[in-house]
Design a protein around this ligand. Structure first.
Ligand SMILES: C[S@@+](CC[C@H](N)C(=O)[O-])C[C@H]1O[C@@H](n2cnc3c(N)ncnc32)[C@H](O)[C@@H]1O
Length: 322
């Protein structure tokens, strides 16, 4: 016990040093991590201290060093703990902060957010975990020779884009055109983020567009002067928009279909949440069936990025039935 206490004190000092280096935010989760570390070191005394520390503070290291929670798993830290720790590493780190920072294509993509902005501009005020997981999955596909190139030279549309993150990533992954679309209230945020991506990556990104589009607006209130949405798309992205508690499913799925080319696909990132009135996925599949759409390619978690992954977020594809 005395050794554990000694190590814990050492770690608190270490955490303060780490906080000094990565602490440009008032990020209290670092202290929660220290607390977790101390607790688990005391409870799981056989787990190597260094593995736990590396796992808990993995985001202070380069993600490419492979210092992930996998190190700790070898030492029998439970899966549950692994998930809690991984989530603390990236998931809550930027919630309610003015910006979200994501390593992407050898740079750091900075996405502006509106803290407490949901009541002002809606749920698109910040980046959702599903989008982070999808972005890193898409980035990973560059090295996946067994899959055809998903985005390069393809026409891409990000529906319910919010901050614009997925549309921006698709543009950086060399889509022929990548259109971010959402309701009017988030349009300014989305455009600001597109402009800032141009500066960060020092590219004109002339393939990146922003548009106001309300799902399946049968009243035809979508007054778009430009032609970005006139043609259909090879890939339609839908990140964290399956939220029947807030938005009905049918308009979203109809709009997805409307914008898919006959041989196009839609890629959904879906975060499962408790919904008391019906089984969300079952209902989703029923609507897809009615609209002659089929789900395929449920992406296994092992195909996602090794850190930016969660078993609460599924990625799956949709295509039109022949
Ligand atoms: C949970 S957020 C997800 C934002 C972003 N895709 C992400 O994953 O970070 C849901 C998004 O759907 C958009 N949305 C909701 N209803 C919509 C509608 N009828 N038409 C277009 N977008 C809508 C919201 O404005 C919001 O940006």
């Amino acid at each position: 016990m005395a050794v554990a206490i000694q190590q814990s004190i050492y770690l608190i000092l270490l955490s303060l040093v780490i906080h000094y280096y990565i602490g440009n935010t008032s990020d209290y989760n670092i202290y929660i991590r220290v607390l977790l570390l101390v607790t688990f070191k005391v409870v799981h005394r056989k787990v190597k201290f260094s593995y736990l520390a590396m796992s808990l503070f993995q985001d202070a290291f380069s993600e490419d060093t492979g210092l992930s929670i996998r190190c700790a798993s070898k030492n029998r830290v439970s899966d549950k703990l692994s998930k809690i720790i991984n989530a603390l590493g990236w998931r809550q780190r930027f919630s309610n902060k003015i910006q979200c920072e994501l390593p992407f294509l050898n740079n750091t993509l900075i996405i502006k957010q509106i803290p407490n902005g949901e009541e002002v501009v809606g749920t698109g005020a910040h980046v959702w975990p599903a989008a982070i997981i999808l972005a890193k999955y898409l980035e990973k596909q560059i090295d996946n020779e067994s899959l055809p190139l998903l985005i390069k030279n393809k026409r891409c549309l990000d529906l319910g884009s919010g901050t614009g993150i997925i549309g921006i990533c698709a543009a950086l992954l060399e889509a022929e055109i990548s259109v971010c679309s959402d309701v009017k209230s988030v349009f300014n945020l989305m455009t600001e983020n597109c402009d800032s991506a141009r500066l960060i990556y020092n590219q004109s990104l002339s393939n990146l567009k922003c548009n106001i589009y309300e799902w399946d607006d049968e009243n035809n209130n979508n007054n778009n002067d430009d032609d970005d949405l006139l043609d259909q798309f090879d890939v339609v992205f839908v990140s964290d928009c399956i939220l029947p508690q807030l938005y009905p499913l049918e308009p979203l799925i109809k709009t997805t279909k409307k914008f898919m080319k006959d041989d196009g696909i839609a890629i959904f990132a879906y975060e499962a949440r408790v919904y008391p009135y019906f089984n969300v996925m079952q209902r989703f599949k029923e609507i897809c069936n009615t609209l002659e759409l089929e789900m395929f390619n449920h992406v296994p978690l092992t195909d996602c990025h090794n850190i930016y992954v969660s078993d609460e977020v599924q990625i799956f594809y949709l295509r039109k039935k022949n």
